[in-house]
Design a protein around this ligand. Structure first.
Ligand code: PLP
Length: 364
């Protein structure tokens, strides 16, 4: 399989598999006997590793079961403790943030430029809000957002969705000054189903679940020790290789961009993750492109949600000002640590033919 969907999930690293397996027989880390203490010590080590990487205190690391769960705890948890009812998010958030904000109710969207960057947020951010949420980097285009500016422009707690950014850009939680930050292990080679929320001591989000009081009472439930160990091992590997690896991927990304047909529209701006290329081919249906490429062994995504088998224009691209028809003919090519130059060369060769056939088939 020629895998170009690393932004959806990336294969688990050998280091993560080894760490997961080694910790897989760990028992309940809350047990007061020797086996419980052994599990607790593995969990503490994983927590310390995460804290060290992100420049925060171990107590600020909350293990969860996904990026989505981390986001939900932050948004709903800050909303619950606030006297205000406004929720402010960017117009290009992942559905984990977007749908949670819609569920809470009174939402203001920070607008984005045609390039996909949040801009001019000051008026909206000057108003009182229960919580503000903005992603570090967009999952469809890879556009890196002006997070520091957003944090500086509001008095509300700011949650940062860093699910796509972890392992690709340096992140220091204390220096950033956000109230919380979400990440997900399966995006950088950890196990699926393990997330982390970094949460300052104060303000602390109210819990979604009530129970045994694990993870500072913010996330009750017996912690998955093996999952946490796999997460920490993948994180250690990804940060140790980050600079070199991001340079290698940036060169592959440039190769793809240079080879795109002239009439394609690049939706990924320059200031973006090295891993993402989002491109529209007007006149071609995204679904047709994916099926044609799939039949040749390529795994790619449109980057937008597909409901009932109908290819919908991406909410993110529409917010950037891409027209509906163009947005429907979009591919997200996303690279990762297993991507080779030879795989990229094969994609570059296959792409123009697939686009020509998809255009002949037309739009649905
Ligand atoms: N936020 C962003 C930006 C994402 O890309 C994703 C996953 O695609 C999520 C949140 C949700 O993460 P998870 O799949 O771990 O629930």
């Amino acid at each position: 399989m020629l895998y170009f969907d690393h932004a959806a999930t990336t294969p688990m690293r050998e280091s993560a598999k080894d760490a997961w397996l080694e910790a897989s027989s760990a028992l309940n880390p809350s047990g007061q006997y020797a086996l419980g203490r052994r599990a607790r010590s593995l969990l503490d080590d994983a927590r310390e590793t995460v804290a060290k990487v992100f420049g925060c205190d171990p107590i600020e690391v909350i293990f969860t079961a996904s990026g989505t769960e981390s986001v939900n705890i932050a948004l709903k948890g800050f909303y619950a403790i606030s006297p205000h009812s406004k929720v402010v998010i960017s117009a290009i958030e992942h559905s984990a943030v977007y749908e949670t904000a819609q569920f809470l109710g009174d939402v203001d969207l920070l607008p984005v430029t045609r390039e996909g960057f949040v801009h001019d947020p000051h008026n909206i951010l000057a108003q009182p809000a229960a919580v503000v949420s903005c992603m570090w980097a967009n999952n469809e285009t890879g556009a890196i957002q002006p997070i520091e500016q957003i944090i500086a422009a509001t008095d509300a707690p700011v949650h940062v969705d860093a699910v796509q950014a972890v392992g690709k850009v340096p992140i220091n939680f204390h220096a950033l000054g956000a109230a919380s930050l979400a990440m997900s292990g399966h995006k950088f080679g950890g196990p699926r189903g393990v997330g982390v929320l970094l949460a300052k001591r104060s303000p602390a989000p109210a819990p979604l679940f009530h129970g045994g009081g694990q993870e500072r009472g913010i996330r009750s439930g017996t912690v998955d020790v093996a999952g946490a160990c796999g997460f920490a091992a993948a994180l250690t590997e990804v940060v140790a290789t980050m600079d070199e690896e991001q340079q290698r991927l940036a060169a592959l990304k440039d190769m793809i961009i240079a080879a795109l047909p002239e009439d394609s529209i690049l939706n990924t701006p320059k200031h973006s993750l090295a891993t993402h290329v989002n491109v529209s081919f007007p006149g071609a249906e995204g679904d047709s492109l994916i099926m044609l490429l799939d039949s040749q062994g390529f795994a790619l995504a449109t980057g937008s949600a597909c409901a009932n088998g109908v290819n919908r224009a991406s909410r993110v691209l529409l917010a950037q000002g891409v027209d509906e028809k163009t947005a429907r003919g979009t591919l997200r090519i996303s690279l990762g640590y297993t991507t080779t130059e030879d795989e990229v060369a094969q994609l570059i060769e296959a792409l123009p033919k697939a686009v020509a056939i998809a255009r002949q088939a037309g739009m649905a």
